[in-house]
Design a protein around this ligand. Structure first.
Ligand code: PMP
Length: 378
């Protein structure tokens, strides 16, 4: 059997990883400034994480959600503390798309409404509802097409107000990434998020913060929406939550209730997933990784804005987009093949950095020197 062809891939085979570095099967070392697409939050093979997963696997790896799993309660308590959302409720699932799917379903059930506001260039996942609120025609099948979704221009407060004024009674939810990731690292302004919050209050719609990529400390705060001082009704999370183990979740404000059995999943919140997620939160706290993300991220941004041939640098913490002139679409390839540095792509001329939150200043310097050398000669 062949693999179903879904991703364009290069020929590098990753064989092992440690901290912010990976090695290929020939022993070549690479700096990982992509974190496996924002998934590696505490570093590859972080020792406490490995130990906790190993110990859990020896005890019990899985039993179904028909029994109480104290690790889930422990995780909810820790997550409440770290995020400052102690009165919220946690539902555990397995991926970002699944988290958004459940958030949208819950918002619709809670309000009894069908319409959702989403934004241009958004990315929320590839399952049915998640893809319906994603502005990327490439990933839509006919079955995902629905006229319940209203796409508004990013940061357009007037369009948002007009839509609520005309259809507010039908709007179940607004879904927004605090920092758009796949769309090119676009930071939502504080005033835009505050406007969404106040309109959702007025019309009793549900504010869903997609924190799958920009959440979990990456932006330098636990949720990037925290910069605006607003509380979303639902936050969706995945990626960095398990540092590579598939864990997703949604945290739900206390006033939002579900009917019994509406949300559920066989694997969500299993023993191993909880052990992984708990280890991640412990390491984030012990190593002060949210502060580190803020400091090292700002250090990178401050340097890159001074580099030649840089059009714009966007982002917060360790979620950074570097926009180059369109003629410089080859820079990422040069970083990878000449300098052995993995980065991500938003558009061919936008380099996306999503490294581990444990990235050290000396690791950042390796990237900065390489990027500077390429741009200087471009
Ligand atoms: N939301 C955002 C903001 C994302 O960036 C992604 C993945 N790129 C998803 C949702 C979907 O997550 P998953 O691939 O785990 O389903």
């Amino acid at each position: 059997m062949k693999l179903f062809d879904v991703y364009p891939v290069n020929d590098i085979i990753i064989d092992k990883g440690q901290g912010s570095y990976v090695w290929d099967d020939k022993g070549q070392k690479y700096l990982d400034m992509y974190g496996g697409h924002a998934v590696i939050s505490i570093g590859h093979t972080q020792p406490n994480y490995v130990k906790r997963l190993e110990e859990q696997l020896h005890k019990v790896g899985f039993y179904s959600n028909s029994v109480r799993i104290p690790l889930q309660v422990e995780l909810a308590a820790k997550l409440g503390k770290v995020s400052g959302k102690e009165d919220y409720q946690l539902f555990l699932c397995n991926s970002g798309a699944e988290a958004n799917e459940n958030a949208l379903k819950l918002a619709s059930f809670h309000t009894g409404r069908k319409k959702v506001i989403a934004f241009r260039k958004s990315f929320h996942g590839r399952t049915s509802l998640a893809v319906a609120v994603t502005d990327n025609p490439k990933i839509v099948a006919p079955i995902n097409q629905t006229d319940h979704v209203i796409f508004l221009p990013w940061e357009d407060q007037a369009a948002l107000e007009k839509t609520f004024a005309e259809q507010g009674q039908d709007i179940a939810a607004v879904i927004i990434e605090g920092i758009q990731g796949v769309g090119g690292i676009n930071v939502a302004s504080e005033s835009f998020l505050q406007k969404i919050r106040s309109l959702c209050n007025t019309y009793k719609s549900v504010y869903i913060a997609d924190a799958v990529q920009c959440g979990y400390g990456r932006s330098g705060k636990f949720f990037s929406h925290d910069y605006a001082g607003v509380n979303a009704d639902i936050y969706t999370m995945a990626k960095g939550m398990g540092n590579g183990f598939p864990v997703g979740g949604i945290i739900i404000a206390p006033h939002i209730q579900s009917s019994y059995g509406m949300l559920g999943t066989t694997f969500g919140g299993n023993h191993l997933a909880c052990a992984a997620a708990l280890a991640v939160l412990e390491v984030i706290a012990q190593e002060q990784l949210i502060q580190n993300a803020l400091q090292v991220g700002q250090y990178i941004i401050d340097q890159v804005v001074t580099f030649p041939n840089v059009k714009e640098v966007r982002g917060r913490g360790l979620m950074i987009g570097i926009e180059l002139p369109e003629s410089l679409a080859h820079v990422r390839k040069e970083l990878l093949f000449t300098h052995k540095i993995f980065t991500g792509e938003a558009k061919p001329n936008v380099i996306r950095l999503l490294p581990s939150l444990a990235l050290r200043k000396e690791d950042a310097d390796i990237f900065l020197q390489a990027l500077h050398a390429i741009l200087k000669n471009s």
